[in-house]
Design a binder for this molecule. Structure first.
Ligand SMILES: [Mg+2]
Length: 450
């Protein structure tokens, strides 16, 4: 995994040392000698990770971190604070300033690279999400909410799990569990899972791997509890995809700070994902009927025609028009007209295969695309739709007679070499024929031409 790392330290030897080790692992390294230079380089060079010394003249590491995290352009860069002091109060101060992790000087290579890999993996995912978010022109990025959350605490046995859960107080709600199967089953309902991987009688890492690989819980942050001197387990846990580790003996303040960081990150990623889903849907769907929109239908039709031209399977299309729709609007008003369009779309959908595509083409015009279908099958499907619509009238406003709706349709099968206009022109002329010869019918473009 190659990435750009910004090393910030007021002592040149320290910077050189970290640079040599990171370069040896093929990381690109930038250096800054103080907090101000760090902020400038973070803006101009967009590093993927910042290793930040705590003790520096001018603005110290805590303040630098706070400013990085307050700035939208640099907020998402993971920050690892590097400190000579292994004071828990410092760790908490750092986590509260928004630091993603801590390393103690002298920096241990194995620990360094395990942390760096883990944070870079996370950043890749977040960058991808943010990029797609921007491409889809979503609203401004959500602000990360700061709150508690539901935490699943998994220990080797019930008393151990309870003790661990008891270290988490307000605003978190903790549930203690000691059966890994129960934990895997429950995991999807929580904002964070804390797993004790320090007990040799209990294979917590296996649980972490399982939760990570299951689609339903892949996004759940995991915080692993390790023995302070057990570097091997710590590295294995991080490489397995655990988001963070905390060492025994556990300090309640540090536990809360780390839990908060993970939950905040998850909430942020979830919001991005939700908005992305929404905007993806909005880009392809017609808001009134829930069918696809014209643009999407045309692009799918194009794809299918390309496939046919390349020797692939056939494709047919039907153009549909609701008969005398203007009369419905004029007689009952637009609200009823809209309700008819919705009900009409639902009936239409109920007669189609899962692979067929139904789109609102505009107004009261619709298109159906039948991938893999020759004209005979497409005619049958369009006929089913016609019958389903005509079979039963649609509800009218209170006290008025239900509205009988019919449709006319023209069906055409694509010929190799057709472009979208060719195919739709034939379907449209069949539709015209259907209208001209009395409506409420489906016409095959080939028969019409013959
Ligand atoms: Mg220093």
């Amino acid at each position: 995994m190659s990435a750009r790392v910004l090393v910030v330290d007021d002592i040149e030897t320290n910077r050189r040392l970290l640079e040599a080790r990171l370069s040896a692992e093929y990381f690109e390294v930038l250096q800054a000698a103080d907090g101000h230079e760090c902020l400038k380089l973070a803006q101009s060079h967009e590093p993927d990770l910042i290793l930040l010394d705590v003790m520096m003249p001018g603005i110290d590491g805590f303040e630098t971190c706070r400013r990085l995290k307050a700035e939208p352009a640099t907020r998402h860069i993971p920050v690892v604070m590097v400190t000579a002091l292994d004071q828990r109060s410092d760790r908490i101060r750092g986590l509260e300033a928004g630091a993603d992790d801590f390393l103690t000087k002298p920096v241990d290579d194995v620990a360094l690279f395990a942390r760096v890999r883990s944070l870079l993996r996370l950043k890749l995912v977040m960058d991808e999400l943010r990029l797609r978010h921007r491409e889809r022109e979503c609203e401004a990025e959500p602000d990360a909410p700061l709150q508690g959350g539901a935490v699943l605490v998994v220990g080797a046995d019930a008393p151990g799990a309870e003790r661990l859960a008891a270290r988490l107080c307000e605003p978190f709600t903790a549930r203690a569990v000691s059966d890994p199967r129960e934990a895997a089953y429950l995991a999807g309902e929580f904002d964070l899972m804390i797993v004790d991987v320090s007990n040799p009688r209990f294979d917590g890492l296996r649980l972490c791997a399982r939760v990570r690989s299951d689609a339903a819980t892949r996004q759940l942050p995991i915080l692993a509890v390790v023995e302070a001197d057990d570097r091997r387990t710590m590295v294995r846990a991080l490489d397995l995809g655990v988001n963070d580790v905390i060492a025994r003996p556990i300090d309640a303040g540090e536990l809360a700070a780390r839990a908060r960081t993970q939950i905040r990150r998850k909430a942020y990623a979830d919001t991005l994902r939700d908005r992305l889903d929404e905007s993806l849907e909005m880009a392809v769907k017609d808001p009134l009927t829930g069918l696809f929109n014209r643009r999407y239908a045309l692009s799918r039709l194009n794809q299918a025609l390309d496939g046919l031209a390349a020797g692939g399977e056939p494709v047919s299309a039907a153009l549909i028009d609701i008969d005398h729709f203007k009369r419905i609007n004029d007689t009952f008003g637009h609200a009823t007209g809209d309700a008819v369009l919705k009900g009409f779309s639902a009936r239409l959908m109920s007669e189609l295969r899962a692979v067929d595509i139904a789109a609102r083409f505009g107004g009261e015009e619709f298109i159906l695309i039948f991938p893999g279908a020759q004209v005979r099958e497409a005619m049958e499907a369009a006929e089913r739709v016609r019958a389903a619509v005509a079979r039963e009238p649609f509800p009218a406003p209170e006290g008025r007679e239900a509205i009988l709706v019919t449709l006319s349709a023209g069906v055409a099968e694509a010929r190799p070499g057709d472009d979208v206009e060719d195919l739709l022109a034939r379907a449209d002329s069949a539709l015209y024929e259907a209208k001209a010869s009395g409506r409420n019918q489906v016409v095959d473009a080939k028969k019409k031409a013959a």
